[in-house]
Design a protein around this ligand. Structure first.
Ligand code: SF4
Length: 335
């Protein structure tokens, strides 16, 4: 046998997009090996395409970006600021943060949002549960126990965002919900048999018929790519979990989705597309939006859920009122 090694030169692997750069990232969404610069560009431009196809904005619109200091909203603020300039959206962007009053969590994450506001040169408005409702989340948990904290928090946050937007003169709120969040919510609505919300949770914009609409520019953006983008761009974000975060049902849906992804890499997009093409032909539909007779904010009933929960807290009956069927699991429905 000859000891002479064949003279085969190993071909240098190059980026699948530009065919020049060194690939350092395998895109979870497409499986492509890409260089950093191409990853940034396709990540940003896919969001731009989602915005254009969804016809999300009007020129000169004032738009509030829901900012928590976490990875999703930090990347959202950064990318929206960048695309607004690159593609001349002519949007008046502002950051809107909610201070739920959770010591050791929100106080630290709000410091991150304040730094982001300076870094991206965007105005910031912070509204707190304490100033809006007279209760902080720490006080609510003390009063109501730690079983239903996310139900209280979710109901109050939804309205707090609307109130904050009104204070800012914005009629449009952007949230950082990503493709993984939406696929999880589709699964949860299937598991809960919530037919009317099954399709609605995949809408890119909701609230078109109300005074403040909400949009999700990251509807088709994978969580893993958001984390990679924040990491490689060295964005300043806060990654600690809320101290009151049990949310077991969503956690189960998340684990199930990850398992599905292992055997079918397109599972996230497939589930979103399924939700989008679902058509509700039953008589079971979502109630139309009106305004709460007490506080004047959006509600599907005469009295909104925030007012019902606050009444329970103020009367010392928080657990009684939260057991009313309409409030159970309300926190799962935010997207
Ligand atoms: Fe509020 Fe629950 Fe989120 Fe904590 S995990 S911020 S309590 S909704």
């Amino acid at each position: 046998m000859s000891n002479v090694k064949p003279n085969i030169k190993r071909q240098k692997r190059v980026c699948d997009i530009c065919k020049v750069g060194k690939p350092v990232i395998k895109r979870p969404k497409t499986g492509q090996m890409v260089c950093k610069e191409c990853f940034y560009f396709v990540f940003e431009e896919e969001i731009h395409q989602t915005i254009i196809q969804g016809n999300l904005f009007k020129e000169n619109e004032r738009v509030a970006i829901g900012a928590s200091g976490g990875k999703d909203s930090t990347v959202l603020a950064y990318v929206m600021n960048l695309l607004n300039k690159r593609h001349n959206y002519h949007l008046d962007l502002v950051l809107l943060s909610i201070d739920e009053g959770i010591t050791g969590y929100r106080d630290d994450s709000l410091e991150t949002v304040k730094r982001n506001a300076r870094q991206y040169n965007l105005p910031l408005k912070i509204v707190s549960y304490k100033e809006l409702y007279g209760w902080s989340m720490d006080e609510i948990v003390k009063e109501a126990g730690n079983k239903n904290n996310c139900t209280f928090c979710g109901v109050l946050r939804r309205q707090a965002l609307d109130r904050g937007a009104v204070m800012l003169g914005a009629k449009h709120i952007l949230t950082g919900h990503n493709a993984d969040d939406i696929a999880e919510t589709v699964l949860m609505n299937i598991l809960r048999g919530d037919v009317p919300r099954l399709q609605r949770c995949t809408f890119i914009t909701t609230g078109n018929d109300s005074m403040i609409k909400r949009s999700k520019p990251f509807k088709y953006t994978y969580e893993k790519e958001i984390v990679m983008y924040a990491h490689y761009k060295k964005l300043d974000y806060f990654s600690t979990e809320c101290i009151y975060a049990p949310n077991a049902f969503r956690g189960n849906a998340r684990v199930f989705l990850k398992d599905l992804e292992k055997v079918r890499s397109t599972a996230i997009m497939d589930i979103i597309y399924s939700g989008e093409s679902y058509e509700n032909k039953s008589s079971n539909t979502l109630p139309s939006m009106k305004t709460c007779e007490r506080c004047g904010y959006m509600s599907s009933n005469k009295i909104c859920k925030a007012c019902i929960l606050l009444e329970g807290l103020n009367k010392g009956l928080p657990r009684y009122l939260i057991k009313k069927k309409t409030l159970i699991n309300y926190n799962f429905l935010f997207i």
